[in-house]
Design a protein around this ligand. Structure first.
Ligand SMILES: [Zn+2]
Length: 348
């Protein structure tokens, strides 16, 4: 075992990692934002990175779910051109690769990327796919994409997003996600669309049990047929929901720092990841929004070990859970598991 925090950080950085829950829109480098803003004359409070930081990154402010989502409203203004969209998608994958993420599922909302310039959804999707493929071939990381429907989207917009995801499923789109405000917008109105996506081979993950309670996790599993839940940590509030997750083998995509910033947990000591793990739920560790939260997967592994009581051997189980829950064909998952766990074991 490493003797110091620095040694532990080095070890966790070097470990081969898997991130199933990372938003493209939460992965934009601050330097890139400042450059895009200046180049395109985006009206901002400042072009200076440090002065820009509090507008696009969660700093020392009071935790809060809606305060957290607020950052993404400003970020939507940066998707000004094809080059800007390509650049942020490319950099998101490169940044994951430099953190030794070996398999990444990057999710994006085509409607968010299209918003500023009313780009067609299929065009922004093409740009993301092209940029991610370029980053994959340059770094060796395996990256797949999920298309996100936002809960406050109209049914028609959601239908278009699902159609785009299906149209590009042989070019790296492997699943669909439902994101946004789970407190005010239920998932059920989109059930038929997600069923359609699942019937045509896409994986289903739903943000639930974060700002909302365990009943939203039940809805995600029973009504939306989610194989994975974004966060889902409030499942712990209902033992029947925990039982449901275990019975159906549903995987929770847990993002500890994000949970603290959104105010879902008051401190890491109260985070339920370890309890859910002990109860036999498939838990995984992920980033959510690296730039908004100023984090990396290495940071999240550090938090898991230093703050959440997770041991290195538990992180190995979490990594295996991630690989088994990846939206990949079984033979690809098997290959990935052999590769990553043997590399992981060489470090233990
Ligand atoms: Zn998320």
């Amino acid at each position: 075992m490493p003797r110091s925090t620095l040694e532990l950080r080095r070890l966790l950085h070097a470990l081969p990692k898997v991130d199933l829950h990372r938003h493209l829109e939460g992965s934009l480098r601050l330097e890139t934002l400042a450059e895009i803003a200046q180049e395109h004359g985006i009206d901002l409070p400042s072009y200076n990175i440090e002065q820009l930081r509090p507008y696009v990154q969660f700093t020392d402010e009071q935790p809060g779910f809606h305060r957290f989502l607020e950052k993404f409203k400003l970020l939507r203004r940066f998707y000004t051109t094809r080059e800007a969209v390509r650049r942020v998608a490319y950099e998101a994958v490169v940044d994951a690769a430099s953190d030794n993420v070996k398999y990444l599922e990057l999710r994006f909302s085509p409607s968010a990327l299209a918003h500023a310039q009313s780009f067609p959804l299929h065009e922004v999707t093409e740009w993301v796919i092209e940029a991610v493929a370029q980053a994959e071939s340059e770094t060796g990381v395996i990256a797949r994409l999920l298309c996100a429907v936002v809960r406050h989207d109209s049914f028609d917009l959601a239908r278009q997003v699902i159609e785009v995801a299906l149209a590009y499923r042989d070019r790296g789109i492997v699943g669909v996600d439902l994101t946004g405000d789970e407190v005010h917008y239920p998932a059920a109105p989109f059930a038929s669309l997600f069923k359609h996506a699942a019937d045509h081979g896409l994986g289903i993950t739903i943000h639930a049990g974060e700002a909302g309670g365990a009943e939203n996790v039940r809805e995600a599993v029973e009504v939306m047929h989610a194989q994975r839940i974004g966060h889902g940590i409030r499942s712990i509030e209902d033992s029947n929901v925990v039982q449901l997750l275990r019975q159906r083998g549903v995987t929770l995509e847990i993002c500890p720092t994000s949970n603290l910033q959104t105010g879902v947990v008051d401190n890491f000591g109260l985070h339920p990841l370890r309890d859910l793990y002990v109860m036999g739920v498939n838990v995984t560790v992920n980033t959510d929004d690296p730039s908004v939260s100023d984090t990396s997967l290495t940071d999240e592994y550090m938090v898991a070990m230093m703050g959440l009581g997770v041991k290195l051997r538990d992180l190995r189980v979490c990594t295996r859970n991630s690989i088994r829950a990846a939206f990949l064909p079984p033979e690809d998952k098997q290959r990935l598991e052999t590769l990553i766990l043997s590399e992981f074991d060489a470090w233990l």
